[in-house]
Design a protein around this ligand. Sequence first.
Ligand SMILES: Nc1ncnc2c1ncn2[C@@H]1O[C@H](COP(=O)(O)OP(=O)(O)OP(=O)(O)O)[C@@H](O)[C@H]1O
Length: 488
Amino acid sequence: MISVQQLSGGYDGKKVVDDLSFSVEKGKITGIIGPNGSGKTTLMKMINGMLPFQSGEVLIKDKPISSYSAKELARIIAVLPQHAESSFDFTVREVVALGRYPFYKGLLKHSTPHDDEVVQNSMEFTGVEEFADKSILLLSGGERQRVLLAKALAQEPEILLLDEPTNHLDLAYQMKLMDLLKDWVEGCQLTVVAILHDLNIASLYCDQVLLLDKGKMKAIGKPGDIMDSRMLQSVYKTNLSRQEHPQKAKPLIALVPRQQDERKDLSEIVLEATPETMIFRSPFSLKTMSSALIGGGYQWANTFVNRHVNKNYNVDDAQKEFEDYLFSISLNPNDTVGMMTAARLQDAGMVSVEEKGVKLLVASTVGTGNAVDAGRSWERKDQPMPIGTINIWIFMEGKLTDEGFVQAMMTATEAKAGALRDYGIKDPVTGTPATGTSTDSVCIAATQNGEEMRYAGTITPAGKAIGKAVYQTVGTAIENYRKRMLQP
Ligand SMILES: Nc1ncnc2c1ncn2[C@@H]1O[C@H](COP(=O)(O)OP(=O)(O)OP(=O)(O)O)[C@@H](O)[C@H]1O
C-alpha cells in the first residue's frame, strides 16, 4: 500500500530522516516509535505529501506520491496530526463533516444523504455524537481528539495516518480507539500508520513496528521482535524491562526507575503467631512466586499468611472466602500471599540459614494425612482424600531471576520429597514413599536487592541452602507432630 524507498529529508537542507526504506501492507497497523526528535513526525509529513523530500521515493498504491493531486491524495489518505488546534467556532458535526469535503461534487459542494450518513456513523463510532451540536472549542482535549478522529474516519480513507492518536485520551478511550482502529483495519481493509509513544499500545495493537533512532531506521518487524529490552534501552537511553502480558502473547515494556538498592534485611521480618494464623510481616515488599491460594504466580507482597482451618473446611469459593477473611483482619489480598492448612501451626518447623552469602528464613507446616507418591498418583481413584497439606515459606535475600525462582521452587519440592522419604511417610494407596500431599504450596519470596542470582538448582549455593532448610523444617514439623501425638 505504501512503499518508502531510501527516503531522506528534513528542513532547511538539513537531513532529519536519513535513508529509510520499508513498506506498509494493506489492512495492517504499522506503529512508528522512537525517542523525541527521532524524526517520526517528519517521516509522517513526507508520507502524506506535506513535506517535500530531499531524496528517495514514496509510493502510494504503487504510484509516486508526486503523481497525485492534493484532492486525490485526500481521498486516499486521512491524517490525524499531533497538534490539531481548532480556533474556529464550529460544531462537532460541522468539523466531522469537513472530512467529507474531498468527496463533494459540483460548484455548490453540497453534502449528499450518503455524506450525512458517513458523518453520523463516524461520530457514533468515536462516541462524540452526544456533542454533535456543541462547539468544538468547548470540548476537553480528549473529546476534541475523538472528534478529529471522527473527521478522519468520515473521509473513508484507505490509509489513515495518526500522530500520537492516544494523546489526551484516558485509558478507556485509548483502548476503545485502538480496538476501533483494529476493527476498521480488519473489516474495511483500512491501512493505518500511527506514531505511538506508548510502547505497550504499539506492542498490543500493531502488526509491524518501525523503531527510529536519530532519523535512521534502527529496526522494523513484529512487536515481539522490536520490544527487546536491550535494543530499546540503547535507543531510549533508559532502563526498561520486557515482561510478558498476562493474557496475550504480546510483550509489555516496564520502566525500571533508577534508584539506590534499598537495604532489605530478613531479620526485619516479624512473625505473629496464634493457633489460627502465622503472619510474617515485612517492612519492605518481596517478589514472590508461589502456588498459594492468595497471590499465586508472581507478585510483590509484604504480608504472608499461613492460616489454620478446621479439617471440615469446605466452601465453594475458597479464594473469595480467604480474601474476605484477610479483609476482616485488615490485610489487603493484593499484597499478601495466603495459604491454608489443617495442620497445627504450633508444630511448624522454622530455621534461619546464613551460608556462603545466602541468607534464608524458612518455615514449614506439615500435614501428611493426604500423602501421595506423585509418580504413582495415577493409580488412585477419584475418591475423597483426608485433609493434609505441606506449606513451605522461603524468604531469601538476593535478586532472583525468573528461572532462579523456578529452580528454587523445584529444589524446595525435591527437598520436601526427600524429607518425607527419610521420615517414612508413605502413600497409603500405593504403599510407596510419598513425595508430598495433593494440596501442597510453596512460596519463594526474594528481597530482589544485591547480586543477581540466576540459579537456585540443587548444587548452587542458593539451592544447597534451600534444600537444607526445607529438609530440616519439614522434618522438624513431622517430629513435632509425632511428639505431640505421643503426649498423654
Ligand atoms: N518545521 C521544522 N523546522 C525545522 N526543524 C524541525 C521542524 N520540525 C521538526 N524539526 C526538527 O526535526 C527533528 C525531528 O523532529 P520530529 O518532529 O520529526 O521528531 P519526532 O520524532 O516526531 O519527535 P516527538 O516525539 O518529539 O514528536 C527535531 O530535531 C526537530 O527540532
